[in-house]
Design a protein around this ligand. Structure first.
Ligand code: NAD
Length: 266
C-alpha cells in the first residue's frame, strides 16, 4: 500500500519513515511538513538518517491524500482539522495519532469517517491497548471503594497535558464504573484542596527528559493498592502500530475505528 506521512519531519514522522521503509507491503508515497518548514524540499529519508530516497518533503497535504492509499497524521490539532476536510474530500484512509484535539476538531474527524476509513488512537502501542481493556475490567471489579488516579510521564517537549493516553485510560476506568468521565475528572490539585471527592478519577502529569511515554492507573483502597503500568521504551512501538493500522485499512468501509478494532480486541 502507498502510505503518506503528514508531519514527516517530526519525532513520530521520522519514526514512521523508518518503519514504512522496513515494512513489507508498505511503500512510502511521500510526506508533508508545515508550509515554510525548513524540512520542505529535503529528502524524506535523508531527514531520518537513511540514504536518499529520491522523495522530497512537500507542503501540499491535499496532493498527498490524492496520491496515497492511506495517510498517517501525527502533527498538531489545527493541521489535523484541515486534514479531516481532505480525508472527507478524497475518501483516502487516514490514521490519526495527533492528541490534544478540541471537541470541535474531534467532530471534524467524525465527519471524515462518514467518507473514509479513519483509525484514531491516543496510543498505537499493543501494550496500551491491552491496558485499556484491563483498566475497564479492574475498575468494574474493584468498585467505588478504590480511588482511581492516572499518572503519566512524557518527555520535556510534549505540549498537551494530561496525555491523550492518560485521558483514554480515564475513559476506560469511567466506563468500567459506569460513570461519565467529564463529571468525575480531577485534572489538577494545588493549594488547600480539601479531602479527595469520592468517586473522582484523578490525573497527575510529569514532564521531563526523553521519556517516550509512561502510564500508570492506580487503584488505592484501604490497606492495598493495585497499579497497572505501561512504559514505552521507544516511539517505535507507536510507529509500528500506526503502520499496522494503515495496512489494516485496505478495502475497509468508511467508519471511525480504534486501535482495539485493528488488534481485534474490541
Ligand atoms: P513533533 O512536534 O515532533 O512533530 C509534529 C510535526 O508536525 C512537526 O514536524 C511539525 O512541523 C509538523 N506539522 C505542523 N503543522 C503541520 C502541517 N500543517 N502539515 C504538516 N506537518 C505539520 O511531535 P511528535 O512528538 O511527533 O507528536 C506529534 C503528535 O502525535 C502529538 O499530538 C503527540 O501527542 C502525538 N503522539 C501520539 C502517539 C499515539 O500513539 N497516538 C504517540 C506519540 C505522539
Amino acid at each position: 500500500m502507498k502510505i503518506g506521512i503528514l508531519g514527516c519531519a517530526g519525532r513520530m514522522g521520522q519514526m514512521l519513515v523508518q518503519q514504512i521503509l522496513a515494512t513489507d507491503g508498505a511503500e512510502l508515497a511521500g510526506g508533508t511538513e508545515a508550509p515554510g518548514s525548513a524540512a520542505v524540499g529535503q529528502d524524506i529519508a535523508g531527514l531520518a538518517g537513511f540514504d536518499a530516497s529520491g522523495i522530497v518533503v512537500g507542503d501540499d497535504a491535499r496532493a498527498l491524500f490524492e496520491g496515497s492509499d492511506v495517510v498517517i497524521d501525527f502533527t498538531v490539532p489545527a493541521a489535523t482539522a484541515d486534514h479531516a476536510r481532505m480525508a472527507s474530500g478524497t475518501g483516502t484512509a487516514w490514521i490519526v495519532g495527533t492528541t490534544g484535539l478540541s471537541a470541535a476538531q474531534q467532530d471534524l474527524i467524525a465527519q471524515a469517517a462518514a467518507k473514509a476509513a479513519v483509525v484514531q488512537a491516543a496510543n498505537f502501542s499493543v501494550g496500551v491497548n491491552l491496558l485499556l481493556g484491563l483498566t475497564e475490567q479492574v475498575a468494574g471489579a474493584l468498585g467505588d471503594d478504590y480511588d482511581i488516579e492516572v499518572i503519566e510521564m512524557h518527555h520535556r517537549h510534549k505540549v498537551d497535558a494530561p496525555s491523550g493516553t492518560a485521558l483514554a485510560l480515564g475513559e476506560a476506568a469511567a466506563a468500567g464504573r459506569g460513570v461519565d468521565l467529564g463529571a468525575v475528572s480531577q485534572r489538577g490539585r494545588d493549594g488547600h484542596t480539601g479531602p479527595r471527592r469520592a468517586g473522582d478519577i484523578g490525573f497527575a502529569t510529569l514532564r521531563g527528559g526523553d521519556v517516550a511515554g509512561d502510564h500508570t492507573v492506580l487503584f488505592a483502597g484501604d490497606g492495598e493498592r493495585v497499579e497497572l503500568t505501561h512504559k514505552a521504551g521507544s516511539r517505535a512501538v507507536f510507529a509500528s502500530g500506526a503502520v499496522r493500522a494503515a495496512l489494516w485499512t485496505e478495502g475497509r468501509a468508511p467508519g471511525l475505528y480504534s486501535m482495539r478494532d485493528v488488534l481485534a480486541l474490541a
